[in-house]
Design a protein around this ligand. Sequence first.
Ligand code: PNS
Length: 160
Amino acid sequence: MKVAVYPGSFDPITFGHLDIIQRGAKVFDKIIVAILINSSKQPLFTMEERKQMILESVKGMGLDIEVDSFEGLLMDYVQKREVHGVLRGLRAISDFEYELQIASINRKLYDKVETLFLMSNNQHSFISSQMVKEVAKYGADVSELVPVHVAQALAVKYHK
Ligand code: PNS
């Protein structure tokens, strides 16, 4: 059974992330969506909220997906979980340098597991969690960017 970890902040999960999860599931039997516990960043959503939003989003996809969190180095987590690959999405050229840096450092830290990059659907190439939050904060419609329950959760955070 081939397992990949899909790491990220997922604050919150978007259609772009879900596209990568679905594409990754064509290559791997199981995907572990691993949310980084980052003490230096102040996320909008708590870890539990982010986990629940991901679980709700992948429910009904018929895929083997686990949602977990990790602290510290990704490659330590990769070794602990004995996964076979790291999954990351590429939306545009502008992602490349950042991703190359992460993948190169990760390879230095542990070279037995490869990072695989999947191209997101063109339709999703402009979506980022940061953009979604920015747009939702000012009350604009984000229903084409995130699942409906995420859009509702954003509305509650910003306008309750
Ligand atoms: O969704 P993001 O914020 O772009 O994801 C970035 C993430 C979580 C993949 C990256 O920051 C990460 O793996 N951090 C864990 C710490 C680590 O392993 N650092 C060394 C490589 S940058």
